[in-house]
Ligand binder design. Structure first.
Ligand SMILES: CC(C)(COP(=O)(O)OP(=O)(O)OC[C@H]1O[C@@H](n2cnc3c(N)ncnc32)[C@H](O)[C@@H]1OP(=O)(O)O)[C@@H](O)C(=O)NCCC(=O)NCCS
Length: 140
């Protein structure tokens, strides 16, 4: 992901999440971490993912696909890419948080071997108040 991609990334971010990152949070994460986009053959940005690595641990900070392009294995390919980067960086384990209600994401993460290792009560804002986050981890 380059700075020039941020506007298009934010369109997808806003469409994919009820509670998206702000443009400034996206920009600072793009600068600081490994950040990638998925582009169609026509050059349209359809998805993005951001991974941080610290010592031998990696964290998936964001992964989203435009609702117009979901269920086409784009999220899967973004995951493959960031996990390969974590391996390159000699990480041993990857962590991420996911909303308890987010079945599509859970199903995808289970395909990559993630397991539940913790619970963060009331971690996310939700339309009903707050929602728990499930902490998932996967050994590389
Ligand atoms: C989660 C997300 C990134 C998946 O991206 P995607 O490109 O639609 O997913 P893929 O097509 O690569 O699917 C990979 C696997 O995930 C699972 N999956 C994805 N969407 C699903 C859905 N709506 N229902 C059930 N399983 C789903 C399936 O197991 C699928 O494998 P299959 O194609 O063999 O059935 C996408 O739904 C999204 O952007 N959601 C909103 C943002 C979000 O919640 N991000 C994760 C935050 S933790």
């Amino acid at each position: 992901m380059q700075e020039a991609d941020l506007a298009a990334v934010m369109v997808n971010e806003n469409a994919a999440y009820d509670f998206p990152w702000s443009a400034s949070i996206m920009a600072s994460n793009q600068k600081r971490h490994y950040s990638i986009i998925f582009e169609s053959d026509e050059g349209t940005i359809l998805g993005h993912a951001i991974l941080s690595t610290v010592a031998d641990e990696a964290s998936v900070l964001n992964i989203a696909v435009s609702p117009l392009a979901q269920r086409q294995r784009i999220g899967y390919q973004l995951m493959e890419n960031i996990l390969a980067h974590a391996v390159d960086k000699k990480c041993l384990e990857v962590f991420l948080e996911v909303r308890e209600s987010n079945r599509p994401a859970f199903t995808m993460y289970h395909q990559f071997g993630f397991n539940e290792v913790g619970l963060r009560k009331n971690y996310y804002p939700s339309h009903q108040g707050r929602e728990d986050a499930i902490l998932l981890a996967c050994y590389l």
